[in-house]
Design a protein around this ligand. Structure first.
Ligand SMILES: C[S@@+](CC[C@H](N)C(=O)[O-])C[C@H]1O[C@@H](n2cnc3c(N)ncnc32)[C@H](O)[C@@H]1O
Length: 273
């Protein structure tokens, strides 16, 4: 398959740098440099309210590595990674290709800045493409020409929704969106999902963080409980150990305990259709 070119076409002037964007705030939590003053200011206020989000962002990336290796190790050859974020090495295709070099990846994000990086860092190795689209329009993702060129819906697909569903509220139809995406996937497909939660800690920080996202950024945020997150896996059998706190999903190294474990305020899970 030929190399795919990002359809970005955005010049830096067209990117709104005055409003905090979740992708660039997340980049700041991870210690990245691809963020602007408005992002840094909002992200720092978030970290002041809930410092756990920095350690959770890192354990979320580690979960991604283990989950992708598991899916590709089980025979998955094609991946749709929605809300992929500003490239952070190793990216999904790099993790997947350590297991199988032929894996095809359709990256999706609604942030133009992710799109500007896609050509250089995500899609430059062939068999990968970028779709600038919004998860709130799932059909627009599934029917996009880049998705159709890369993904054969006659064969199992891994759908990745990592740290993105907490930016879609129930009022915006989160459950229906996931259902629309997963209905199209054939049996044997994987759903890899992670999500922030307020289950592990009592703090007024959760409300403060929600306020920053809801009132200032381009996306609203909603914390969900374990039960609410498990509901996204309707129609999927959860792989062991189920939906668990991020570091507890099939760890490949030492696992934090006690107060250290409580700092990881996110769940991850992998299901098979
Ligand atoms: C917290 S980052 C997660 C990045 C990566 N998936 C990870 O887990 O490391 C959330 C990403 O979702 C994207 N995002 C938020 N709302 C979205 C939407 N409605 N449609 C598509 N992408 C969205 C943001 O632009 C951002 O890049």
């Amino acid at each position: 398959m030929e190399k795919h070119v990002s359809e970005a076409g955005f010049s830096p002037e067209q990117i709104d740098t005055t409003r905090p964007h979740p992708a660039r705030m997340y980049d700041y939590y991870l210690g990245g440099k691809d963020n602007y003053e408005a992002d840094r200011d909002a992200a720092q206020r978030v970290l002041d309210a809930l410092p756990e989000l920095a350690v959770t962002a890192r354990s979320n990336r580690d979960f991604m590595h283990r989950a992708v290796r598991t899916a590709v190790g089980s025979g998955i050859r094609q991946i749709i990674d929605i809300g992929t974020g500003i490239p952070t090495s190793p990216n999904t295709h790099e993790v997947a290709r350590q297991v199988n070099p032929d894996v095809r990846v359709a990256y999706v994000d609604n942030d133009p800045i992710v799109s500007t990086y896609a050509g250089a860092k995500l899609t430059n190795s062939g068999n990968a493409g970028f779709v600038l689209a919004d998860l709130k329009d799932p059909a627009g993702i599934l029917d996009h020409p880049v998705t159709k060129e890369l993904i054969d819906f006659g064969e199992p697909v891994a759908l990745m929704l990592l740290a993105v569903m907490h930016f879609i509220t129930d009022d915006e139809g989160a459950a229906d969106i996931v259902r629309t995406m997963t209905e199209r996937l054939p049996a044997g497909s994987y759903l890899i999902l992670s999500h922030a939660t307020a289950d592990f800690k009592e703090s007024d920080g959760f409300g403060k963080v929600e306020k920053v996202y809801n009132e200032e950024s381009t996306a609203s945020a909603q914390w969900r409980t374990k039960g609410e997150i498990c509901a996204f896996f309707e129609g999927f059998d959860l792989l062991e150990p189920g939906v668990v706190q991020l570091p507890l999903w099939r760890p490949d190294g030492p696992v934090p305990t006690g107060a250290d474990l409580a700092k990881h305020i996110g769940y991850g899970g992998v299901g098979v259709k």
